[in-house]
Design a protein around this ligand. Sequence first.
Ligand code: Q9C
Ligand code: ZN
Length: 342
Amino acid sequence: MRIVYSPRHRLHADNQELNAGVITPAFELPARVDFILKRIEAVGLGEVIEAKTIDAVAAAVKVHDAGYLQFMADFWTLWLAEGRSGPTMPYVWPARGQRDIRPEHVNGLMGYYSFDGGASFVEGTWEAVQSAVWSAIGAAELIGGGERAAYALCRPPGHHAGSSTMGGYCFINNAAVAAQWFLDHGAKRVTILDVDYHHGNGTQEIFYRRGDVQIVDLHADTAVAYPFFSGRTDETGEGQGEGFTLNLPMPFGTDWQTWGAALDHACRAIEAFGPDVVVVSLGLDTFEGDPISKFRLKREDYPKIGARIAALGRPTLFVQEGGYAVEDIGHNAVGVLSGFEG
Ligand code: Q9C
Ligand code: ZN
């Protein structure tokens, strides 16, 4: 399959994150893409195409709040105007009992438009964020043009980004933008299958009240795992979306036996929905060696994921999400994609 990628992802680098109460260098690194590209070349997976420049805001505003996108576009200018130039992250959020009001100051805006301290800005962040949308749409266009599958090798990732909130290393929800693109180009129903270790809270929020996008999400049980405030089995959608969200949480220590059975369950729900396109939020942080996660999938399990998804027999867009075992991510990502191709 062909791979769409933009070297501009590299502009989002040298940032920090607030993780479990500690500020650390970011886990979500440019080297992740380098290792995946290296493995793509080693196995000859397919042609790597550089994403062409498109209007990322025009594509993203179909699933994101316009004020939120404007905030991200303006952020670095606002930050410089404060006399600041280092990497930053939000630190104060409206919580229960506080008002839903949009502050004017950049420090307040950061909290207003985020849900955690995991989405931190550097000068090039907004450029990189837009380039991830270029990759997602570029890969979607290949499928729109008749290809069976394509891979958007993008970062920063997207599935934690909600309609007006960044967090969890995510700013624009690349998979959601792509799903909407398919609907706007003839698809009647799209499934987003999220196999990242973490619950895709942003994707769920964006489509929660819609019946045209099915959300199926395998993840670590959010009673004990990030992002904590969504991802339970009783979240099934609302209104027109009732019955179109399926959460499959699993305990720490989950290995292929449990995870593979959950994937099979997920795929049967997808078959029942009958989507025109499947968008896979492809996280590799289910790997046993992942530094921030607690599942135990092994390198040899990843091709089995791809093979099961291929058996759905649908046009399939893979969109890169998490995965932080940097030296293994190439084998695991390309394992899924090779398994899909059979
Ligand atoms: N101790 C993605 O995989 N911190 N984002 C987790 C675990 C945030 C992950 C803390 C993890 C965000 C796209
Ligand atoms: Zn993740």
